[in-house]
Design a protein around this ligand. Structure first.
Ligand SMILES: NC(=O)c1ccc[n+]([C@@H]2O[C@H](COP(=O)([O-])OP(=O)(O)OC[C@H]3O[C@@H](n4cnc5c(N)ncnc54)[C@H](OP(=O)(O)O)[C@@H]3O)[C@@H](O)[C@H]2O)c1
Length: 302
């Protein structure tokens, strides 16, 4: 399709299925950037604000899918996607689905077979930003699975943010998503727990945050994690500047300080148990990054 005056391609029509906070942000961004946008949601009133911006509200899922070559699906989970799209039957044939709901790698791989059984193309993805940041060119969107689908719709996907293709394994996007959120929650909990610990001596969070984060970035993030990431790939954990035994001692002090100050101590106890496991595995003389070897194993149930 082309604009006859300029012979430039018109923005591709897109369907958005699912208008929770994320689906609404996706549809709004597509409309703002000039994509003819058709929407469907179980609760149709959620589309009211989009209609004023030019969206077309489909009465059925089948009508929504038929309106565009590509449908961005942003529902609660994979089960919801099947429940919503299965009744559309033949309307899936020849369409492309880009699924942005969260889930597990196994669920993403199963979805590829489900889509191909209905003659639909399929790309799995994950949104790495909250709804207000959708449409920002730096906002990371992860995709994996069919490279043909990714390449064919890259321009449309770039409307939403920075599209990163991770590879042909369809499970990779949600695996990265889980890994990055794992890191986010662990880091936030680290900061929040540390703030609660100094808070036990009536130190305000604002007073601690500045010192803590300015210490953390160069000392831990840059000097330890970024510089030594290559050692993780090699399994190389030289302990001459500090051993696992020394770190266990530090974790013991943290745990005892939490108890003494009357704050929650399960988080440091868990970290202490992980270091003890590394030592039991013979890594007492290696540096702290050797806990990576513990994390690579399935949890041992004793
Ligand atoms: N919000 C965020 O910050 C964020 C960030 C990154 C990724 N995500 C991911 O994006 C996906 C959507 O998230 P969200 O925040 O928009 O809200 P959500 O609460 O996870 O999903 C809401 C959507 O799912 C629909 N839905 C739920 N149960 C349904 C059912 N049984 N039948 C039909 N439709 C059903 C809702 O329809 P109704 O409107 O009718 O209830 C709505 O369209 C999730 O997988 C989430 O993990 C969200």
């Amino acid at each position: 399709m082309t604009d006859q005056r300029s012979s430039r391609p018109l923005n591709a029509p897109v369907t958005v299925v699912g208008l929770g906070p994320m689906g609404l942000a996706l549809a709004e961004t597509l409309l703002e950037r000039g994509h003819p946008t058709t929407v469907w949601n179980r609760t149709p009133e959620k589309a009211d604000g989009l209609l004023a911006k030019g969206a077309h509200r489909a009465r059925t899922v089948a009508e929504a899918l038929s309106a565009s070559p590509v449908a961005i699906v942003c529902l609660k989970d994979y089960e919801t996607m099947y429940a919503v799209l299965d009744p559309a039957g033949d309307a899936l044939r020849g369409r492309v689905l880009v699924n942005l709901n969260s889930g597990t790698p196994g669920e993403a791989r199963t979805a590829v077979g489900w889509a191909s059984g209905r003659a639909a193309g399929y790309l799995d993805g994950a949104v790495m930003v909250p709804p207000p940041l959708v449409g920002n060119p730096e906002s990371v969107f992860l995709y994996s699975g069919s490279q043909d689908v990714f390449d064919g719709h890259r321009e449309t996907l770039a409307t939403l943010g920075d599209p990163r293709y991770l590879g042909s394994d369809p499970g990779l996007a949600v695996l990265y998503n889980a890994a990055l959120l794992d890191m986010m929650y662990a880091t936030m909990n680290g900061f929040l727990h540390a703030t609660a610990l100094v808070g036990s001596a009536k130190v305000p969070a604002v007073a601690f945050a500045d010192l803590a984060l300015n210490w953390f970035m160069p000392t831990v993030l840059d000097a330890t994690l970024v510089e030594q990431a290559a050692d993780l790939d090699k399994g190389h954990y030289p302990g001459e500047l500090g051993t696992m035994e020394m770190n266990l001692n530090a974790l013991e002090h943290i745990t005892r300080t939490c108890v003494e100050q009357g704050v929650h101590s399960e988080q440091p106890r868990l970290m202490r148990a992980i270091a003890e496991r590394a030592i039991a595995d013979g890594r007492g003389g290696e540096n702290y990054l050797a806990v990576f070897e513990v994390f690579k194993e399935a949890t041992r149930v004793s």
